[in-house]
Design a binder for this molecule. Structure first.
Ligand code: SF4
Length: 340
């Protein structure tokens, strides 16, 4: 049984279809945050606007603007002969140009093609609900990007052909790329290692004085892939050193504890207010929004935690106690050429 969310990777790299030799746990903080936002978006569609996370509210608003009045079916488990998946929201229509509308939220920071995932849902909607034409949207609330597709019988036939081809090539053809990020084979995959090595080679031999704008764009995915591999290696080293130092070939790796001073806020405040001008504390003090929300959640009863955190944030917003600052990130995104 194939998960629709794996389709972009499976179709891009048939090698990843094989079952991994070792168990793989892809749980990450970002994935957990995404799950929470999906739950909030579902709630916002069912109950209307409220004081939820702004990204979840945007997703629900997107549904309201695109659903053409269809009754939302939210995160329903669809299981067919070959595929399974949970589209975030879909609704059945009785219109000439489409029999169903489907929306999937992407709460991450990266715009990755999701066409094959949505096409997988369209195949399931045909199999389970007899839907011939699906208008499907992938929406990135954080980035303000929407990819829209209209899937019909020709797309389903093309999908079946490509999936069949991928299944025949499973284990024989590998195509590393951004999709390796969520692949269960990534740690043992020779093709990915070779791809990373070639990327690092390209990055380390680039001449800064002669680098062209085209080269800068071309090398960026290689840099990100190498950066992720380095971070994963560092995590693995830290995990291994938690049980003690490691010595090999005359060198040793060990975790060293270093002291870092931090102020105890409630005690520091009394001292500062006594000895310094009144506005010194305000200028020097910042409060962690995450720590504050976590503290409120920890003190709330079970089932009331999210409500308590939302109420606090609403009060803080109303009091003007939340400001927004700008940070710079480098985005690597697809550009549609209007002349194509
Ligand atoms: S790690 Fe990348 S190249 Fe290797 S099997 Fe997975 S998707 Fe394919």
């Amino acid at each position: 049984m194939i998960r629709c969310s794996s389709l972009p990777r499976l179709l891009a790299c048939p090698g990843s279809m094989l079952r991994p030799a070792a168990p793989y746990d892809p749980v990450r903080e970002v994935a957990e945050e995404g799950t929470d936002l999906h739950e909030q978006a579902a709630e916002a569609i069912e109950h209307g606007p409220g004081s939820r996370d702004a990204l979840a509210e945007k997703a629900a608003e997107f549904w309201r603007n695109h659903s053409r009045g269809a009754t939302p079916i939210i995160e329903q488990a669809l299981q067919g002969d070959l595929l399974r998946g949970h589209p975030d929201a879909f609704g059945l229509l009785d219109e000439i140009d489409a029999d169903a509308i489907l929306c999937d939220w992407k709460f991450g920071y990266i715009h990755r093609p999701a066409r094959d995932q949505l096409l997988g849902y369209a195949v399931l909607l045909k199999e389970l609900h007899g839907v011939d034409v699906v208008e499907a949207h992938a929406y990135w609330p954080r980035l303000g990007i929407t990819d829209t597709y209209l899937f019909d019988a020709d797309d389903r036939a093309d999908f079946a052909r490509r999936l069949d081809e991928a299944e025949r090539m499973a284990g024989n053809r590998y195509a590393p790329g951004q999709h390796c990020t969520y692949c269960p084979h990534q740690l043992a995959c020779q093709a990915r290692s070779d791809h990373l090595a070639a990327g690092v080679q390209a990055l380390t031999t680039v001449d800064r004085g002669e680098i062209t704008p085209a080269k800068l764009v071309e090398l960026w995915p290689k840099f990100k892939a190498a950066e992720k591999a380095l971070a994963a290696y560092k995590d693995a080293v830290k995990a291994a050193l938690n049980t003690g130092a490691i010595t090999h070939g005359g060198h040793r790796l060990r975790l060293e504890q270093r002291n870092q001073e931090r102020l105890v806020a409630h005690k520091a405040k009394a001292v500062v207010l006594q000895t310094l001008p009144a506005d010194t504390w305000d200028k020097a003090c910042s409060v962690s929004k995450t720590a504050l929300v976590d503290a409120v959640k920890a003190g709330a009863k079970r089932g009331q935690k999210k409500k308590a955190a939302d109420a606090l944030l609403a009060d803080l917003r109303a009091a003007g106690a939340i400001s927004t600052s700008q940070t710079e990130v480098i985005n690597y995104e697809q550009v549609i050429d209007q002349n194509d």
